[in-house]
Ligand binder design. Structure first.
Ligand code: MN
Length: 539
């Protein structure tokens, strides 16, 4: 089969592997499973679920996702090291369609400084590793890491050799975001012209955004014949991130004329919802002006634009917002809205919540909000669900908050927190440099969890005087970054909720007592493996 002639572009999602390597983005098992289910519904062809050898958590995630998803291929990453490959194979054992993805640095820089190996040694390791993986799964992917800085002749040799050894997909990664679109396109073409057995494998690309060119490079490669695009939701990933799936998919869909009608299986109308989901579980905010899924992507401000748009949408809009799932109805909910209306609106916004969860949100946070705010907009609902529908156990709950502050005074916060399973709430007070600082200090004292605040952002969810405030923050707990989020019509309360959610996240990571109780075997294994999280490598 001539793969180049096929018009189908396979979508390989690495949100849970490369995306999780974004600083501050680590996800727990429940969150990864939630994302994997959403990726399956989105129509992703391959889910790279993790790098099993790096930690017991990564191993568990790959195993759990292998058991959970049915339609997509599940891939596990491995270096060209026997124990990596064996561990990946073990984690993928229950997958309906497993893929082992082995990688090795091939550029002179990586050979000399990272590997200290010759071309010949790198070649031998690659072949042996593909063969080892092939013995475990039929579906094997090989990536020559830092391919874009590898000598073209060596790249041709290694691609040919790994296909001969059984690789069914060969991925050409621009690991460091070095390539230029025309150059990268020529590189892929060069492989098609010079690798004699290239039609036996799918050629993939994996581009990074260090120069803001990851999507452009991916598209150039598709024009040159690449038929697998590696990407992440919202473009998250190492450093400046990976190519954003929503941008690649919508470029192909919007300009089929420029891509000889290449297509993907992605259900584009789910893109917006999954973008919000990934933002919620990673704590990584999507920039307002982000292409396709940013808050402003379909907003028209300039008078002449707005006027044209109102006369005919296509004057200033090349994509229909509905095609990516942005259905901005201005339907408003309020105090008298029923549970049914609330549920329907959440569904329309792309949230998949259980009946129990809907009840909890409706009778709790929603009623509370509707009491304080006359009109509840879609944005309010999104902020509410994203802040409240957390998958992190609520070890500590906010019962009361009182803040006294003023110019020249001494900001003081009194906080009452309830610990899960304890009878009485705990109350304490503290002063601080400002009211937010005072709140954080007293929470630290009550919970005993020490956080070092790294980032704090406050925004109004909608316009208007009575708009809700949303606080997102990032803090260090020891060496781990945790994120927190809170919304309220009172910005101090939003800050308190955000800080408490970060504390709960930190407790769930380090404590893990509850998780251990439920899964004794995994906990025992985790203990054995100690905390020694193997150094993550990146492609
Ligand atoms: Mn990468």
């Amino acid at each position: 089969m001539n793969r180049k002639a096929s018009k189908r572009v396979v979508v390989f999602d690495t949100t849970l592997r490369d995306g999780e390597q974004s600083p501050g983005a680590s996800m727990n098992l429940t969150e990864k499973l939630e994302a994997a289910r959403a990726l399956e519904l989105l129509g992703v062809d391959i889910i790279e679920a993790g790098f099993p050898v790096t930690s017991p958590d990564d191993f568990d995630a790959v195993r759990a996702i292998s058991r959970e998803v049915r339609r997509p291929v599940v891939a596990g990453l491995a270096r060209c090291v026997a124990k990596d490959i064996d561990r990946a194979a073990e984690a993928l054992r229950d997958a309906r369609k497993p893929r082992i993805h082995v990688f090795l640095g091939t550029s002179p820089i990586h050979r000399k400084y990272q590997l200290r190996k010759s071309r010949r040694q790198v070649m031998r390791m690659s072949i042996e590793s593909v063969e080892r993986a092939k013995a475990a799964t039929h579906d094997v992917q090989f990536s020559p890491m830092d391919a874009t800085r590898t000598e073209p002749d060596f790249l041709v040799q290694i691609v040919e050799a790994v296909i001969d050894a059984g690789a069914t997909t060969v991925n050409i990664p621009d690991t460091v975001g070095w390539a230029m679109p025309d150059e990268f396109g020529r590189m892929i073409e060069h492989l098609f012209q010079n690798v004699p057995n290239i039609s036996k494998a799918v050629i993939a690309v994996h581009c990074h955004d260090d120069l803001g060119l990851s999507v452009a490079n991916t598209l150039a490669a598709i024009k040159a014949g690449a038929r697998q695009a590696e990407c992440t939701i919202n473009g998250i990933g190492e450093r400046a991130g990976n190519a954003a799936m929503e941008e690649i998919v919508m470029a192909l869909k919007t300009r089929p004329d420029d891509f000889r009608d290449c297509w993907t299986n992605i259900r584009t109308e789910r893109l917006y919802a999954i973008s919000r989901l990934v933002s919620r579980i990673t704590g990584l905010v999507v920039a307002r002006n982000k292409a396709v899924v940013g808050q402003n992507a379909f907003a028209h401000e300039a008078g002449i634009h707005a006027d044209g748009y109102l006369k005919e949408r296509t004057t200033f809009e090349i994509m229909d917002p509905k095609a990516v799932g942005v259905a901005r109805s201005k339907l408003v909910l309020g105090k008298h809205s029923g549970r049914h209306q609330f549920r329907r609106r959440l569904k329309a916004l792309g949230f998949r919540l259980s009946s129990d969860e809907i009840d909890r949100l409706f009778f709790g946070p929603f009623k509370e909000l509707a009491d304080r705010k006359k009109e509840v907009f879609d944005e309010d609902l999104e902020a509410l669900v994203e802040a409240e529908a957390t998958t992190v156990p609520e070890t500590w709950r906010l019962c009361g908050l009182q803040v006294a502050t003023g110019t020249g005074g001494m900001p003081t916060a009194t906080v009452e927190l309830q610990e899960n399973g304890k009878k009485a709430p705990v109350r304490d007070a503290a002063t601080g440099d400002g009211p937010v600082d005072a709140i954080f200090r007293v929470m630290e004292r009550i919970t005993g969890v020490k956080l070092e605040l790294k980032d704090y952002q406050l925004r109004a969810v909608t316009g208007g005087k009575e708009a809700q405030g949303e606080v997102r923050l990032e803090a260090l707990c020891g060496k781990q970054t945790v994120s927190g989020r809170g919304v309220s019509t009172d910005v101090l309360e939003a800050s308190a909720k955000a800080y408490l959610s970060a504390i709960n996240r930190a407790v769930s990571r380090t404590g893990g007592a509850k998780r251990a109780a439920r899964r004794p075997k995994a906990a025992a294994k985790r203990k054995k493996a100690k905390s020694g999280k193997a150094k993550r490598s990146s492609r």
